[in-house]
Ligand binder design. Structure first.
Ligand code: ATP
Length: 383
């Protein structure tokens, strides 16, 4: 096993397009690292550079302490799993799984042993004599994993390996891939555009945008402490509610429309930089999970108009709007110690048995300890 380290790695394609910019990323030995980001952000390019299928324009790629920039793909001891399983239709499951070992001319008995061990891990033991056309999508995907596993590589490189599966199977296979990787302890780089997949599978998740690394952290830290508005909006489902706001001198209250929300002192203490935004615009983020229907005793509340309800069984997503005219109230309040939030749309996640109806006005209470603030120009978190 080995760590995989990218130092200042840049990729410029022959058409001068720079797909990856000065990337620094260290995948620890045995770690499950997920690369996530919107289409075209450079995820696959990174994976292909690590695999040796794409030249690195500048920077270093190391496995352990060894510089491997110029090492042939076949000598990198990495196994790739792709979106398309590319199984050989005329071969059995056992033959498919053992193919790379036979190519290496390993003794038959050893091939059989490794294939059987992989099949055991993958729950394919009873299917070793089946042909791919007799398998379900999930089973085929497992055979593709088996081909990677038998090689006993130093690293797995996976490029959207679950995206051909239906939604339910994808969720099941997420857990399986994660379990197998943990069992084998092989360093893994996994590419996906699905933030949910990234969050549920990764030990750490690297968020990319336009070829630039935005943040690399544990799923929980990405969720709790996004470094930018982009990461905040990308991670989490439903997405974070974001409002254009104004911050007046000090930070003693939020203003949402004509409603003033007193900010507890703890918020100002935990975010000393807020005060610097006095008299300037700021973006405020509230996760749907951090909103609840207010009770009489809640002081920190605002009223919203319910426009849509999505009943999901265990919970209801309440879609709402807040007074849009409030968006342009910058400087309109005399009290210097207030933050003003503009209007807009939002989602709150509430208990299913709450009597909420479309068209009504609902009093919501944000969890003030979990408010997020972003600079509206740079998009960076204000802490
Ligand atoms: P997706 O999720 O859609 O697969 P991605 O994040 O994996 O996207 P890449 O496939 O790495 O993105 O591509 C990153 C950028 O580089 C894209 O804008 C793409 O058009 C460009 N690109 C990829 N391969 C080449 C190439 N061979 N020549 C020129 N540009 C390329």
């Amino acid at each position: 096993m080995a760590s995989i380290v990218l130092e200042n790695v840049t990729k410029t394609y022959s058409n001068d397009y720079c797909a990856v910019k000065d990337l620094n990323l260290a995948v620890n030995d045995g770690e499950f690292m997920v690369l996530v980001g919107p289409s075209g952000c450079g995820k696959t390019t990174v994976l292909r550079m690590v695999a040796g299928l794409e030249d690195i324009s500048s920077g270093n790629l190391l496995m352990g302490d060894r510089l491997v920039n110029d090492l042939e793909p076949k000598d990198r001891d990495m196994a790739m799993v792709f979106q398309s399983y590319a199984l050989y239709p005329h071969m059995t499951v056992a033959e498919n799984i053992g193919f790379a070992l036979r190519m290496k001319k390993l003794p038959k008995q050893q091939v059989r042993k490794r294939v059987e061990a992989a099949a055991e891990i993958l729950g394919l033991t009873g299917l070793l004599d089946a042909k791919p056309k007799q398998l379900s999508g999930g089973q085929r995907q497992r055979v593709a994993m088996g081909r990677a596993i038998v090689r006993e590589p130093s690293a797995f490189l996976m490029d959207e390996p679950l995206s051909n599966l239906d939604a339910k199977l994808r969720v099941k296979m997420r857990a399986e891939v994660k379990r197998i990787q943990a069992q084998l302890g092989v360093s893994t780089i996994y590419v996906t555009h699905d933030q949910m997949e990234a969050m549920t599978m990764g030990d750490r998740v690297a968020v990319l945008r336009d070829g630039l690394l935005q943040q690399c952290d544990t799923p929980q830290n990405l969720y709790d402490n996004p470094v930018s508005q982009f990461v905040a909006a990308f991670i989490g489902s439903p997405a974070m509610n974001l409002y254009e706001a104004s911050l007046l001198d000090g930070a003693r209250a939020l203003r949402l429309g004509s409603q003033v929300l007193e900010l507890p002192e703890s918020v100002r203490i935990s975010r000393p930089s807020l005060v610097r935004y006095g008299g300037r615009r700021i973006t405020v983020g509230i996760r749907p999970n951090d909103l609840r229907v207010a009770t009489q005793s809640d002081g920190f509340t605002f009223t919203a108009q319910v426009v849509l309800l999505e009943a999901l069984g265990a919970e209801v997503l309440v879609h709402f709007t807040v007074d849009a005219t409030a968006a342009k109230i910058e400087g309109a309040v005399e009290d210097d110690d207030e933050i003003l939030i503009g209007g807009g749309e939002g989602v709150a996640r509430v208990e299913p048995d709450l009597p909420v109806h479309v068209g009504e006005r609902l009093v919501l209470s944000p969890d003030f300890e979990h408010l997020h603030f972003f600079d509206p120009t740079t998009g960076l978190a204000v802490g």
